[in-house]
Design a protein around this ligand. Structure first.
Ligand SMILES: Nc1ncnc2c1ncn2[C@@H]1O[C@H](COP(=O)(O)OP(=O)(O)OP(=O)(O)O)[C@@H](O)[C@H]1O
Length: 283
């Protein structure tokens, strides 16, 4: 199957709200590397998307444009009805609040407790200046603290709230990162290789949580995943990236072996890596 035409997609799903629309989006790094190449897509609130592709295909760069961690070099991105292609300052901060993101390497403050890490997600709702002499918890009101606890409950680790972040397992730390993202009340959820460092069981727990977030909040979730089995199992829609372009846009049923071979080319082994085989044996 080829890339779906943006207009036909709009017609098919006209009753569902667009969360992200990209039009001829490209990203060329200063050294000349074209990471994203002319991508036009319509992403709906009802989308749970697995993005697959070999290392260097452009998956991370593509996601990072949506919370404006990087600025595209041409084309446009419309996010929740607003053109965010070139926003700066407060508007860019507003985009970062609306678009939550987790990463392979959790990015927690290791020496802080779990609940303090989650409260970091509330910082953008809090106007109290955070000085070195004030502890992080003291600048938040009870409502924020209850909210943070509730986020931890949603990822099943409220009992670990007062543990130091660096005493947790990788899977637990990723759940803290998800809770911190929930605390910012995102309208779009991005996950860049969220399970790449996790054991098979933890990987499944994390993917189940992301799916639940999508279903209960009706927000789009876009997940970069290296391995095909997870992408197929969880993605309601799968995007295949190759050399910065989208070469596949369809369901797991549409994703034939030929499509997988086309997406990964000579790097086909990346699609069925060791971790993936471990998971396949485990489930
Ligand atoms: N800051 C940067 N400066 C220059 N080139 C970059 C930069 N970041 C990424 N690239 C290049 O852009 C291309 C796309 O990289 P990107 O990380 O987006 O791909 P990816 O599919 O996410 O890869 P991986 O799965 O290995 O993370 C690659 O060729 C990469 O080397």
């Amino acid at each position: 199957m080829g890339v779906r035409n943006i207009n036909s997609l709009r017609q098919n799903t006209s009753d569902i709200v667009s969360a992200i629309i990209t039009d001829k989006l490209s990203m060329v790094y200063p050294n000349g590397t074209k990471a994203v190449d002319n991508v036009s897509l319509d992403i709906k609130n009802g989308d749970f998307i697995s993005i697959i592709g070999s290392s260097g295909a452009g998956k991370s760069s593509f996601l990072r444009i949506f919370n404006r961690l990087i600025k595209p070099t041409s084309g446009t991105v419309t996010l929740l009805g607003e053109d965010i292609t070139s926003v700066n300052g407060r508007k860019k901060t507003g985009v970062r609040r609306k678009v939550g993101m987790i990463f392979q390497q959790f990015h927690l403050v290791r020496r802080l407790s779990v609940i303090q890490n989650v409260l970091v997600g509330r910082l953008r709702f809090n106007s109290t200046p955070c000085s070195k002499t004030k502890s992080l918890c003291s600048i938040f009101n009870n409502e924020d603290k209850e909210f943070a606890f509730d986020c931890l409950k949603q990822v099943g680790i409220a009992h670990l709230a007062f543990h130091r972040a660096d005493t947790l397992s990788g899977g637990q730390q990723q759940r803290v990162a998800i809770a911190r993202t929930l605390a910012q009340e995102p309208e779009i959820f991005l996950a860049d290789e969220p399970i790449a460092s996790l054991d098979p069981h933890s990987a499944e727990v994390v993917m189940d949580i992301l799916l639940k977030i999508h279903e209960t909040r009706n927000i789009p979730v876009l997940v970069n995943i290296h391995h095909i089995d997870f992408a197929r199992r969880y993605g309601k829609r799968i995007l295949g990236m190759k050399q910065g372009g989208i070469v596949f846009d369809g369901t797991s049923t549409d994703l034939t072996e030929d499509e997988v071979t086309n997406i990964y080319g000579a790097k086909i082994n990346e699609a069925f890596g060791e971790e993936c085989l471990m998971v396949a044996n485990y489930v």
